[in-house]
Design a protein around this ligand. Structure first.
Ligand SMILES: NC(=O)C1=CN([C@@H]2O[C@H](COP(=O)(O)OP(=O)(O)OC[C@H]3O[C@@H](n4cnc5c(N)ncnc54)[C@H](OP(=O)(O)O)[C@@H]3O)[C@@H](O)[C@H]2O)C=CC1
Ligand SMILES: CCCCCCCCCCCCCCCC(=O)[C@@H](N)CO
Length: 298
C-alpha cells in the first residue's frame, strides 16, 4: 500500500554526499528542511560540499570522513551522526572494462565499495533506525543502483554485478524491516553528469559508450529531485526517463510495488516491455557484431 515518508525536520544520512548525485541530493534534502549528514572519504571534499550547501541554503550539514570499506569507521560515523530517519546509500565507483582485460583488483574494488560498503552502512545504521524515537513515522533505506543494475552492459560485468547485488539485498531486507515501518528504495539512474561520469568517459570502452547512450543522460540535480520524490513516496523502484520506466516494467520481477497504478501498468505493459527489451538486445548484439567486423577490417 502507498506510504508517505516525511523529509522535513528528519535526519537524512547520505553516503557519497560530497560529490555528484549525492551532493545534489544533500542540497535538495536541505532545501526541503531535512537535517542532513554526508559521509565520504576525503575531508577537504566534504568541507567543500558543506560550504557549497551553506552558501546555497544558509544551513550546515554534518560531515563524516570515512571509507565505507572500513566498517569500524562507518560505525563510528553513524554513532556520531545520531539516529537516522532516511538513509541514502549512494556511494559508488565504476571502472568500465571488458572482464578479460579488467584486473581482479578493480573488480574487487567495485564490489567492495558498491556492494560490501553498502552492507557496512546498512548494518551500522539499522539498529538506531529501528529504535528511532517516533516509530510511527515511516523511515527509508534508499540504495543507489543504476540502469546497469537492471541490465548488464558490455564493460560493466563487475559494476553490474555490484549493482544487481543491491537488488537482492533490497528485496530481502524489505521483508525483514517492513514490521519496523522501514521502506526500501532502489534508485536506477541513467548516465548522469557528475565528475565520475566525466572520468569514466575517458576510459569507457567504445561499445560501452554506444550501448549506454540508449539509456539517456540526466543532470545530477534532476536525478536528485526525482530520487527524493521516490523516497518520500516509499517507491521500491525509482526509474527516471522513458527508457528507465520501460526498464523498470521489463525488470519488475518479484519486487514490491506500492502504487496500484504502477502495478496495473506493470501487468498491462509486461509483454510490450519484453518486446522492447528483445528489440534492444537484437540491436545491441547487432552493434557488437558490426563493431568487431569494423575492428577486424581496420
Ligand atoms: N554518474 C552516473 O552516470 C551514474 C552514477 N550512478 C551511481 O551514483 C552513485 C554516485 O555516483 P556519482 O555521483 O557519479 O559519483 P561521484 O564520484 O561524483 O561521487 C561519489 C561519492 O562517493 C564518495 N565515495 C567514493 N568511494 C567511497 C568510499 N569508498 N567510501 C566512502 N565514500 C566514497 C565520493 O567521495 P570520496 O571520493 O571523497 O570518498 C563521492 O562523494 C554511485 O553509486 C554510482 O554507481 C548510477 C547511475 C549513473
Ligand atoms: C525495456 C528495454 C529498455 C530499452 C532501453 C535500455 C537502455 C539500457 C541502457 C543502459 C544504460 C546504463 C547506464 C549506466 C549508467 C552508469 O551507472 C554508469 N555511468 C556508471 O555509473
Amino acid at each position: 500500500k502507498p506510504v508517505t515518508i516525511p523529509i522535513k525536520n528528519r535526519h537524512v544520512f547520505i553516503t557519497g554526499g560530497s560529490s555528484g548525485i549525492g551532493l545534489a541530493l544533500a542540497h535538495k534534502a536541505v532545501s526541503e528542511g531535512a537535517r542532513v549528514s554526508i559521509l565520504a572519504r576525503s575531508l577537504p571534499k566534504l568541507e567543500e560540499a558543506q560550504k557549497s550547501i551553506r552558501l546555497a541554503h544558509g544551513v550546515d550539514v554534518a560531515i563524516f570522513a570515512a571509507d565505507v570499506r572500513d566498517y569500524d569507521a562507518v560505525q563510528r560515523a553513524v554513532n556520531d551522526a545520531g539516529p537516522i530517519d532516511v538513509l541514502v546509500v549512494n556511494q559508488g565507483v565504476f571502472v568500465p572494462q571488458a572482464l578479460e582485460k579488467q584486473g581482479l583488483d578493480e573488480i574487487k574494488f567495485m564490489i567492495d565499495v558498491n556492494l560490501m560498503g553498502s552492507f557496512h552502512v546498512i548494518k551500522a545504521a539499522l539498529p538506531s533506525m529501528k529504535s528511532r524515537k517516533d516509530r510511527r513515522q515511516p523511515a527509508s533505506i534508499a540504495l543507489m543502483s543504476s540502469q546497469a543494475g537492471q541490465v548488464g552492459i558490455y564493460g560493466y560485468s563487475s559494476y553490474s554485478a555490484s549493482k544487481f547485488g543491491l537488488r537482492g539485498l533490497a528485496e530481502a531486507l524489505q521483508q525483514e524491516v517492513i514490521s519496523d515501518n522501514i521502506y526500501l528504495s532502489l534508485i536506477f539512474p541513467p548516465d548522469t553528469e557528475t565528475p565520475a561520469l566525466e572520468e569514466e568517459r575517458k576510459i569507457r570502452p567504445e561499445l560501452t559508450d554506444i550501448i549506454t547512450s540508449g539509456g539517456g543522460l540526466l543532470k545530477a540535480d534532476e536525478v536528485a529531485s526525482k530520487t527524493l520524490d521516490g523516497i518520500k513516496a516509499g517507491s521500491f523502484s525509482i526509474p527516471f526517463n522513458l527508457e528507465g520506466r520501460m526498464l523498470a516494467i521489463a525488470t519488475a520481477g518479484v519486487s514490491p510495488q506500492s502504487s496500484f497504478l504502477m502495478a496495473f501498468l506493470e501487468v498491462a505493459l509486461a509483454s510490450l516491455a519484453r518486446i522492447v527489451s528483445l528489440f534492444f538486445l537484437w540491436s545491441t548484439y547487432r552493434r557488437i557484431a558490426k563493431w568487431h567486423v569494423q575492428k577486424k577490417g581496420a
